[in-house]
Design a binder for this molecule. Structure first.
Ligand code: ZN
Length: 73
């Protein structure tokens, strides 16, 4: 069990129960994906989806930042 749904991917998926089974619903295309206990297939769904999915995927996934810039806040 993971501690909480703190993962960024949950911003784009809703977890619901259908017929007693945990499934996830993509907020972008309403596709229903079985929830297999990990988020891998959720990320995979975003990665292989259309342009909007890829955009969200790119925004959410942990990114390696070669030259971190400091921002003034
Ligand atoms: Zn989708």
């Amino acid at each position: 069990m993971e501690n909480k749904k703190s993962s960024a991917v949950w911003k784009l998926f809703n977890q619901v129960k259908v017929d007693g089974k945990e499934v996830t619903v993509c907020c972008l295309c309403k596709a229903v994906t079985p929830y297999l206990g990990n988020k891998r297939n959720l990320w995979f769904h975003l990665e292989r989806g259309d342009a909007k999915h890829k955009e969200e995927y790119a925004a959410l996934k942990p990114q390696k930042q070669p030259a971190p810039k400091r921002r003034r806040t």
